[in-house]
Design a protein around this ligand. Sequence first.
Ligand SMILES: Cc1cc2nc3c(=O)[nH]c(=O)nc-3n(C[C@H](O)[C@H](O)[C@H](O)COP(=O)(O)OP(=O)(O)OC[C@H]3O[C@@H](n4cnc5c(N)ncnc54)[C@H](O)[C@@H]3O)c2cc1C
Length: 366
Amino acid sequence: MNIVIIGAGVAGLSIGWRLLQAGANVTILERAQPGGGATWASAGMIALAAELETSPPAEVSFAYQSNDLWPSFAAELEEVSGHPIGFARSGALLLGNDGAMLASRATADPALTFLTAEDVRGRWPMLTGEYSGGLWAPNEAHVDNRALGRALTIAFLKAGGSLKPTEAVVNIFDYQGRIVGVSTPYTRYPADAVLLAAGAWSGQVADVPVTPVKGEMIALTPPPGEDFDFAGPVIWGPDVYLVPRGDGEGGGRLLVGATVEEAGFDTALTKGALATLRARAERVIPRLARWKLDEHWAGLRPASPDGLPLLGPWGDKPGLFVASGQYRNGILFAPAIADLMAQMIQGKAEPIAAFDPRRFNKDKTS
Ligand SMILES: Cc1cc2nc3c(=O)[nH]c(=O)nc-3n(C[C@H](O)[C@H](O)[C@H](O)COP(=O)(O)OP(=O)(O)OC[C@H]3O[C@@H](n4cnc5c(N)ncnc54)[C@H](O)[C@@H]3O)c2cc1C
């Protein structure tokens, strides 16, 4: 079976890797460089409690399933690629100003423990900022998303995949009523199935309802001699998250994110976002005012109209699949999406109804 994948982000690479393991021939066409889209720009959180508070049951259950897959996915990927990806089950601390709401969330979810502001300061003395209590979420994790992109690229190539960087797909073509390949400015690639995994750009390649949502982030480093536990938890303030990056490349930094803005495909860095992110971070850990700005970047999240991913067949001709619209959870969902989409493309699994891209087909005909 010959599969062509459009886009070498976490989705395209991990699905491609799983398809190669199942015996398929896989070619990934990447407009720029592998792992360089939202996968590079992300904060790498595998966040359940903070990201899914208002999500429908199908998304929550998919997130828990993927979270359970993460440790073995990370171990397998590191072993195959020989490249560490910094997966850490660090837990997360969710700070808030509504004590009653925090306490009721802890009552509803046995995985969460309510902490008073005093408890929090006792365990994490640097958290001298503004909050009235917190929730301890021990199952949260994070991964070095940039290392993840590199490791997936290596694993994909080692498994025998063909990867074409700087080669954009400009057309998906059909013959006798089915999708049979794609074309780039250079040539055509015939395929038994085509997977569209072009992140926020998916809607530029086919008529899928995916749009970009810009996010700016910064990374801070401590002044010389300042002690900080980079193996500590992810910290969520009321309107900001702080992700410690420990060892490895890009280690010894605190990631601060992220803005959420509908600005088309603009990824310009703004002074306003920088100031806002710093101010929000300092409200949680005031001593961050003395930390140095190490990096400021922006990326585009792939968003769908209902906020849920699109995972499955697309269009009126068989042979085209889409894996996009993961919005803020594309890293969290990666292992589950890889398994589900690889199975589906081989005809061994059906889409999950809530994520079936064909839920949007009716919008085009009505
Ligand atoms: C600031 C920020 C913070 C985030 N934090 C988190 C987080 O903590 N946890 C989490 O789970 N998620 C997070 N996300 C979301 C997550 O990064 C995305 O959901 C995920 O990376 C999407 O992966 P992808 O492979 O679909 O897209 P991408 O990584 O964007 O990859 C798509 C690829 O397709 C390529 N492409 C585009 N058009 C074409 C074409 N015509 N032909 C060929 N190739 C093409 C692009 O160049 C790109 O490399 C964050 C996102 C942002 C922006």
